[in-house]
Design a protein around this ligand. Structure first.
Ligand SMILES: Cc1cc2nc3c(=O)[nH]c(=O)nc-3n(C[C@H](O)[C@H](O)[C@H](O)COP(=O)(O)OP(=O)(O)OC[C@H]3O[C@@H](n4cnc5c(N)ncnc54)[C@H](O)[C@@H]3O)c2cc1C
Length: 533
C-alpha cells in the first residue's frame, strides 16, 4: 500500500480530515488538483461546533489569530445603503463578548467555543500548513484524481501528477472530499436529490481599505440590502475585503451595485467576479465499500445559514475516528458502516435547516417595494412592513444554534438504543441533553477547566458525583476489542444534576453512547455496540 487513506480534494473538509487522521497516527495522502489554495471568496464563518472540533484538534487559537478581529461585533443589518439608517440591526456578540458570556455560563446551554469569522481563502492555507507539518500526511497539490477501482483488499486510484505523468496509488480507503461536482461520487453512480439551481447570483470580491472604518451605521458582518436583486454585502476576515452577492446581468454591474450599496466615495478594487447557484441537495448514499464521501460532495446547502463547510467538518471528524479505529484493528465491521447512518441524517437535517433559513430570507425580501426609500406614508409603510417581517425571518439564518450543537445521531447502530421519548431536536434552540447520540453538553469544572478538555481521544466512561460503580467489566470489554478506554471520575454534584445520570459512556467525538446509574449487566454488549462489532 502507498498509504492508508487517500483523500481527494483539499478544500476545508479534505484538509480537516487529513489533519485529524494524521493526529490519530493514520498515514494519508491528500490530493488537490489546484496548484495552490486560491484567493477566492466562499465561506466565512466557522460555527461553534466546528470551533469546538478545531479546539480538540489543537488549532482553534491559530484560526482565531488569523480570523476576524475578536472585538468586532458580528451584527447583521438590513439596509437600503451603508449610509442610511438601517431598517433592522440584529446584534450578535463579538468573539470576545461571546467568550465572556461562555465563561460566565455553566448550565450546559452554551458551546465551549463561540463562532469565528474566517474567510475560506485564509482558512485553507492555514489548514494546509498544519497538514504539511504532520509527517503522517503527504500533501500533494497540482495532482488530479482520475479514477479508481476497489476490491476487498483495498483501493487503486489513477492520478495525474503535477508533471503531467499518470500513476497508480494504492490505499486501504479512499475519501472523496472533492466538492459539489464530485467525480468520486459520480463514478460511484451516487445521485444528488433535492432542489437544484434555486437562484443564480454573481459574487464579487473587493479590496477597500478604509470602508469598514467609515461605515457610519454600525459595525457588523452581513449587510443585506432591501432591493429587488437579493443583494448582500459580507465583511471578510481582514475587514479590508468585502464580497457582494447580487442578481445582476453582467460582471460590470457588480461595480455599479457595490458603489450603490456603499453610497460613499471610496477607493476600491474589484478583484474577482464569479457566479454561483443556490442548491438544496443531498446524496443518496455516502459510501460504497472502501470509498467514502464527505462535505459538499454529499450535501449542498444555501450558504447564508452557514451549514455548508460546517456540516462537512462534522462529516470529516466522524469518518476520521472510525477510519482510524478500523485501521488500528479495534473498530468492528459496523463502525465504518455507521458513518453513512450517522452523518447522512445530519446532512438531511441541515439541508432542511438551510431551506427553513432561506425561506425566511425570501419572506422578508418579498415585502420589498420600489418605494422603500420614499419619504411618503406609503414608503414608510413598506419600510415598517419589511422590517417587521425581517425581525422574525432573518433570524432564521443567524440563530440556528440548535442545528449547530443540538444534532443527535438517531437510530445509530453504534449508539445504545435507550427506551423512552427522546427530545426532539430544534434548529433554532439548543437544549442540552445527554440522550444517547447527542454531543456532551459543555460545562466548566470547579477548577475552571472545561470537561471537554479532560476527555481523551478514545472511549471515556464518565463517573460522576462519587458513584461507586465499578468500571472494570467495561474496561475489560473494551480491552477485549483492543479499543482505547479510560474512566474519568468527576466528583461534582452539579454535573450529576445537569447530566442526569451517574455514568456516561462517550465516544471519541464526545457523543454519548450510553448513560445510566449502573453498568448494563452485559458490559461486552455495550462495548460491542460502541465499537461496531
Ligand atoms: C458564497 C458562499 C458562501 C459560503 N459561506 C459559508 C459559511 O459561512 N459557512 C459554511 O459552513 N459554508 C459556507 N459556504 C459553503 C462552503 O464554501 C462549502 O460548503 C465548502 O467549501 C465545502 O468544502 P469541501 O471541502 O467539501 O469542498 P470544496 O471546498 O469544494 O473543495 C473541494 C476540493 O476538491 C478539489 N478537487 C475536485 N476534484 C478533484 C480531483 N478530481 N482531483 C483532485 N482534487 C479535486 C477542488 O479543487 C477543491 O479544492 C459558502 C459557499 C459559498 C459559495
Amino acid at each position: 500500500m502507498d498509504t492508508q487513506v487517500l483523500i481527494v480534494g483539499a478544500g476545508p473538509v479534505g484538509l480537516t480530515l487529513a489533519i485529524d487522521l494524521g493526529r490519530r497516527g493514520v498515514r494519508c495522502i491528500l490530493l488537490e488538483q489546484k496548484e495552490a489554495p486560491q484567493f477566492l471568496p466562499k465561506m466565512e464563518r466557522c460555527n461553534a461546533r466546528t470551533m469546538e472540533i478545531y479546539r480538540r484538534m489543537g488549532i482553534a487559537q491559530k484560526i482565531r489569530d488569523a480570523g476576524f478581529p475578536r472585538d468586532v461585533p458580528m451584527d447583521v443589518f438590513i439596509i437600503t445603503s451603508l449610509i442610511e439608517p438601517p431598517l433592522l440591526q440584529l446584534p450578535y456578540p463579538s468573539v470576545a463578548q461571546a467568550q465572556a458570556e461562555i465563561a460566565a455560563c455553566n448550565d450546559g446551554t452554551m458551546p465551549l467555543e463561540p463562532y469565528q469569522l474566517i474567510s475560506q481563502y485564509t482558512l485553507e492555507p492555514l489548514l494546509k500548513s498544519v497538514a504539511e507539518s504532520n509527517p503522517n500526511i503527504d500533501v500533494r497539490y497540482g495532482c488530479e484524481y482520475l479514477a479508481c477501482e476497489q476490491d476487498s483488499g483495498g483501493v487503486r486510484a489513477r492520478i495525474k501528477n503535477s508533471d503531467g505523468s499518470t500513476s497508480l496509488l494504492q490505499a486501504d480507503y479512499l475519501v472523496g472530499c472533492d466538492g459539489g461536482s464530485s467525480l468520486v461520487r459520480r463514478q460511484l453512480g451516487i445521485k444528488l436529490q433535492g432542489e437544484a439551481n434555486l437562484l443564480q447570483l454573481r459574487q464579487a470580491l473587493y479590496r477597500c481599505d478604509d470602508l469598514f472604518d467609515r461605515i457610519p451605521i454600525g459595525k457588523g458582518r452581513h449587510y443585506h440590502v432591501a432591493d429587488a436583486h437579493s443583494t448582500f454585502l459580507i465583511v471578510q476576515d481582514s475587514t479590508r475585503h468585502f464580497t457582494l452577492h447580487s442578481v445582476v446581468d453582467s460582471d460590470d454591474d457588480m461595480k455599479t451595485m457595490f458603489e450603490q450599496v456603499v453610497a460613499m466615495p471610496v477607493q476600491y478594487e474589484m478583484l474577482y467576479v464569479g457566479q454561483w447557484k443556490q442548491n438544496l441537495l443531498l446524496a443518496d448514499s455516502y459510501a460504497h465499500n472502501r470509498v467514502f464521501l464527505a462535505g459538499d460532495a454529499v450535501h449542498l446547502v444555501i450558504p447564508t445559514g452557514g451549514l455548508g463547510m460546517n456540516s462537512g467538518v462534522g462529516d470529516a471528524v466522524d469518518l476520521s475516528w472510525k477510519l482510524a479505529a478500523t485501521l488500528q484493528g479495534w473498530g468492528g465491521p459496523g463502525l465504518l458502516a455507521s458513518y453513512e447512518i450517522d452523518r447522512r441524517q445530519i446532512g438531511a437535517r441541515n439541508v432542511d435547516a438551510s431551506r427553513h433559513a432561506s425561506r425566511g430570507r425570501r419572506a422578508w425580501r418579498a415585502a420589498y417595494r420600489p418605494n422603500i426609500r420614499d419619504q411618503t406614508p406609503e414608503g414608510a409603510e413598506t419600510r415598517a412592513n419589511l422590517t417587521r417581517i425581517a425581525d422574525v425571518e432573518q433570524r432564521k439564518s443567524n440563530e440556528m444554534i440548535g442545528a449547530e450543537l443540538g444534532y443527535r445521531y438517531i437510530a445509530s447502530p453504534v449508539i445504545w438504543p435507550e427506551a423512552g421519548d427522546a427530545p426532539e431536536p430544534d434548529f433554532m434552540k439548543y437544549v442540552p441533553t445527554t440522550w444517547p447520540g447527542a454531543r456532551l453538553p459543555h460545562v466548566w469544572l470547579a477548577d475552571g477547566t472545561a470537561l471537554h478538555d479532560r476527555i481523551g481521544d478514545g472511549y471515556t466512561l464518565l463517573r460522576l458525583a462519587g458513584t461507586q460503580a465499578d468500571a472494570t467489566p467495561l474496561e475489560q470489554a473494551f480491552a477485549a476489542y483492543g479499543a482505547p478506554f479510560a474512566a474519568l471520575d468527576i466528583d461534582e454534584e452539579r454535573l450529576r444534576e445537569l447530566y442526569g445520570h451517574d455514568l456516561l459512556l462517550l465516544r471519541p467525538d464526545l457523543h454519548v453512547v450510553w448513560r445510566g446509574n449502573r453498568l448494563p449487566d452485559d458490559a461486552l454488549k455495550l462495548a460491542a455496540i460502541a465499537t461496531g462489532h
